[in-house]
Design a protein around this ligand. Structure first.
Ligand SMILES: CC(=O)N[C@H]1[C@@H](OP(=O)(O)OP(=O)(O)OC[C@H]2O[C@@H](n3ccc(=O)[nH]c3=O)[C@H](O)[C@@H]2O)O[C@H](CO)[C@@H](O)[C@@H]1O
Ligand SMILES: C=C(OP(=O)(O)O)C(=O)O
Length: 429
């Protein structure tokens, strides 16, 4: 078992380079199934969700080769099954993308229920609604989703609410369907645009990605391509908040500042200085961190995947802040861990956190409950007095490439410690 030990108090200083976006890259890897020739993905982050997506491809017979760090050659022409193994599907949300891509290419897919971070209920009814509109049937067989279609025919799809995953899957199933598909109330996240650009670079005809109406004319053949993943908006936001929480001075490089606007705006509201450049943002603090209100929303609103990290910053702000989670119904489980560090937070009805700022957090042994909760605890540990020990760091490694190394390069005192199971490590502050 690995843990992070963090001795807090060092202001982060320097430049950090942001990796390719997890939530784009997992979709790009799955989308290679739609390509009739080999393709090469660049700027792919070294995170465990990507390893698992590639393992899914390999388990189905695809050829996957890492050409160099971040560059992956994928040939899915050798795929010989439409079944995704249970063990791989159950660990990650992105496994649901194999439903859309296998259906789009083979008109059939068998994918065990997607796992991923527990943030509350995460049904896939809207994904199935989209497949049905295009002519597929679905049933649950041995705990897995089994979808199939004699043929896929373009249609109008209206989502009941904005959903990233169902928008992705609707695109995947429609891209080779006969005729035109119009997706209304589509998600507008940067990773939706990235996937559409990737598919268009193979010869697909997708227009409107990034708006709430996406039009897709089905094509018969998609040729090979080389494509670079966009930078990770959430990784960038996490380092922005870490810089603020430690009262540091950090340049966050290799980003698309437009994707960070909602985070930048909230940091400025809290009194944090943020300067936007062409491909970087510079974050520093020259006064107290002030309280604010945050409400998570689909893009371009404040991202739910930044909610735990930002709430952690607010535990150290002056005054009382209010954070409302609008996307998931159970995304405050990390609050119990922050309380162990002296944070003053109460959660009302699972959706609203009232945060009374305290002057300092205090190091403590804590557990990551999911990916962004883990990132939030890292930020808390960096800013806290004394030593913080974070357990369950495998969650963090689902989505952050070399987080401990990147933080050390910014001056943080963070160590990865291998602790034999059941061994208790005595901590001294
Ligand atoms: C791999 C990936 O990209 N994951 C991201 C994706 O997750 P994911 O694609 O799961 O998130 P969605 O946008 O689909 O979910 C939004 C809300 O809709 C609900 N819902 C969704 C689909 C459905 O068929 N039925 C339904 O009820 C969900 O439970 C949730 O409450 O977008 C989330 C919202 O930005 C991010 O937090 C996740 O990091
Ligand atoms: C919730 C997240 O991921 P997933 O949907 O893969 O669980 C996330 O990236 O914060």
């Amino acid at each position: 078992m690995e843990k992070f030990f963090i001795r807090g108090g060092n202001p982060l200083k320097g430049t950090v380079y942001i990796s390719g976006a997890k939530n784009a890259a997992v979709a790009l890897v799955a989308a290679t199934i739609l390509c009739d020739e080999p393709c090469t993905l660049e700027n792919v982050p070294a995170i465990s969700d990507i390893t698992k997506c590639l393992d899914i491809l390999k388990s189905m017979g695809a050829v996957v080769k890492m050409e160099k760090e971040g560059v992956i050659y994928i040939d899915t022409s050798t795929i010989n099954t439409t079944k995704v193994p249970y063990k791989l599907a159950e660990t990650m949300r992105a496994s649901s993308y194999f439903l859309g891509t296998l259906l789009g290419r083979f008109h059939e897919a068998f994918v065990p229920m997607p796992g991923g971070c527990y943030l509350g209920d995460r049904p896939i009814d809207q994904h199935l609604k989209a497949f049905k509109a295009l002519g597929a049937t679905d049933e649950v067989v041995r705990g897995a989703n089994y979808v199939k279609a004699d043929k896929l025919v373009g249609n109008q799809i209206y989502f009941d609410f904005v959903t990233v995953g169902a928008t992705m899957n609707a695109i995947f199933a429609a891209v080779k369907a006969k005729g035109q598909t119009i997706i209304e109330n589509a998600a507008k996240e940067p990773h939706i645009v990235d996937v559409a650009n990737f598919l268009n670079s193979m010869g697909a005809d997708i227009r409107g990605a990034g708006t709430d109406v996406i039009k897709i004319r089905g094509v018969e053949y998609l040729h090979g391509t080389t494509y670079a993943t966009i930078p990770d908006q959430i990784e960038a936001g996490t380092y922005m908040v870490a810089a603020a929480a430690t009262k540091g001075d950090v340049v966050i490089a290799n980003v698309i500042p437009k994707h960070l606007e909602s985070i930048t705006a909230k940091l400025r509201k809290c009194g944090v200085c943020v300067e936007e450049n062409d491909e970087s943002v510079h974050v520093w603090v020259d006064g107290p961190i002030m309280n604010t209100t945050v409400k998570t929303q689909p893009h371009p609103g404040f991202p739910t995947d930044m909610q735990p990290q930002f709430s952690t910053l607010l535990t150290m702000a002056q005054g009382t802040s209010k954070v409302t989670e609008e996307i998931f119904n159970n995304r405050f489980r990390y609050v119990a861990e922050l309380r162990k560090m002296g944070a003053d937070v109460s959660v009302e009805g699972g959706k609203v956190a009232i945060i009374q700022g305290v002057p300092t957090l205090k190091g403590a042994p804590v557990q990551a409950t999911d990916l962004r909760a883990g990132a939030a605890l890292v930020i808390a540990g960096l800013a806290a007095d004394g030593l913080t020990e974070i357990d369950n760091i495998h969650y963090i490694e689902r989505g952050y490439e070399h987080i401990d190394k990147k933080l050390r390069e910014l001056g943080a005192d963070i160590t990865r410690v291998i602790v034999p199971d059941n061994e208790h490590v005595e901590m001294t502050s």
